[in-house]
Design a protein around this ligand. Structure first.
Ligand code: ADP
Ligand code: MG
Length: 304
C-alpha cells in the first residue's frame, strides 16, 4: 500500500503516478481560496431523512462533516427522519393519517417520533461522526430551550411551529469546538413537546447563528423545473423566482417547507442556501471546496 510512496521512480508507470499525485495537489490548491473564505464561519447542514438511509453514504457524510470541522468551519447538523418514523410506526401497527402532506400526530405517534429522532437517528449520526474523534454532541430542540414550539393546528395534533429559537446552547458547543447534532423536537412553555419540520428548523437556525450558508442534503438533484426530469435542474435562483415557481405549482410535497425555509434564511441575512443531492458521495465537499457548481443555490436578489 505505502510501497508506491517509497518506491524509486522507474520507467513509465511512476510518471502516471506522479501525474495522479499532481492532480491531487491541484485539487487542494483549488480548495485554498474556499478554505480561507470559510475558516471561522458557521454552516448549518440539514441531513434529510431520505438521504441518510444508505449506510455507506452515512459514513461519507460523517467524514465530510469532520473535514469541515477540521478546516475551521463551525458546523451544525440538523436532521430529519420522516421515513425512519414511518418504519417504526408501521412495525408497531400504528396507522397514520396525512393532511396536506403532514402526518396527524396524536400522543402515541409523537412518542414514537421523539423516540426515533432523539433516541435512534440522532444517536446514529453522533456515533458515525465520533468514529473520527470525540466531536459530536446530540441535542433535542427541547434541550436548554433551543426550540420553543407552538401548536400549529389542533387538527394535526402535536405538529409544532417554531415560536422562538434560543441558540445559546449551540453557540456554547461551537465555542468548545464541538459539532452539535440537532433533532427537531420542540417544547412549549408547559413542557409539551411537538414534532417540527427539520427544514424549517435548519432555516431558522441559520438565521439565528448568522450562518454563511444553510445546506440541505436531500434525495433529489436539487430544485427541478420538472420533478421527473433531472436535466431540468435550476442551478441558481432567487426568492422572487421561487415565489413564482410555488404559485405555478412547480414546487410540491417535501420541497415546499424546504423552499419556504430557504426564503426565511435569506430574509434573515444568510447569504446563500444550497439544495444538494445527498445521494452523491462527498457532495458537501464538491460544493464547498471546488469550483464545480452542484445542485441549486439560492441567493438574495442583489447578489451575483
Ligand atoms: P427530505 O428528506 O430531504 O426532506 P422530502 O421528500 O421532504 O426530502 O423533499 C424532497 C422531495 O420533494 C423530492 O424527492 C421530490 O419528490 C419533491 N419535490 C416536489 N417538487 C419538487 C421540485 N420542483 N424539485 C425537486 N423536488 C421536488
Ligand atoms: Mg422533508
Amino acid at each position: 500500500m505505502s510501497a508506491t510512496k517509497t518506491s524509486k521512480p522507474g520507467a513509465s508507470a511512476p510518471q502516471s503516478h506522479a501525474g495522479a499525485e499532481m492532480a491531487k495537489a491541484e485539487v487542494l490548491i483549488e480548495a485554498l481560496p474556499f478554505l480561507r473564505e470559510f475558516w471561522g464561519s458557521t454552516i448549518v447542514v440539514k441531513y434529510g431523512g431520505n438521504a441518510m438511509a444508505d449506510a455507506a453514504l452515512a459514513e461519507s457524510f460523517a467524514a465530510d462533516i469532520v473535514l469541515l470541522h477540521s478546516v475551521g468551519i463551525r458546523v451544525v447538523v440538523v436532521h430529519g427522519g420522516g421515513p425512519q418514523i414511518g418504519h417504526l410506526l408501521a412495525r408497531l401497527g400504528i396507522q397514520s393519517e396525512f393532511r396536506d402532506g403532514l402526518r396527524v400526530t396524536d400522543a402515541e405517534t409523537l412518542d414514537v417520533a421523539r423516540m426515533v429522532l432523539v433516541g435512534k437517528v440522532n444517536r446514529d449520526i453522533v456515533a458515525s461522526i465520533n468514529v473520527h474523534g470525540p466531536l459530536a454532541v446530540g441535542l433535542s430542540g427541547e434541550d436548554a430551550g433551543l426550540i420553543q414550539a407552538n401548536l400549529r393546528d389542533p387538527e394535526l395534533g402535536f405538529v409544532g411551529d417554531i415560536a422562538n429559537i434560543n441558540p445559546a446552547i449551540v453557540v456554547s458547543l461551537l465555542t468548545q469546538n464541538l459539532i452539535p447534532v440537532i433533532s427537531t423536537i420542540g417544547a412549549d412553555l408547559s413542557g409539551q413537546s411537538y414534532n417540527i419540520n427539520a427544514d424549517t428548523v435548519a432555516g431558522a437556525l441559520g438565521g439565528a447563528l448568522d450562518a454563511v450558508k444553510v445546506i440541505y442534503l436531500t434525495d433529489i438533484a436539487g430544485l427541478l423545473r420538472d420533478v421527473n426530469d433531472p436535466l431540468s435542474l435550476i442551478a441558481k435562483t432567487t426568492p422572487t423566482e421561487i415565489a413564482a415557481l410555488i404559485s405555478d405549482g412547480v414546487i410540491a410535497g417535501g420541497m415546499i417547507p424546504k423552499v419556504e425555509a430557504c426564503l426565511e434564511s435569506i430574509e434573515a441575512g444568510v447569504p446563500a442556501v444550497h439544495m444538494l443531492d445527498g445521494r452523491i458521495p462527498h457532495v458537501l465537499l464538491l460544493e464547498l471546496f471546488t469550483r464545480a457548481g452542484v445542485g441549486t443555490m439560492i441567493t438574495s436578489e442583489g447578489s451575483s
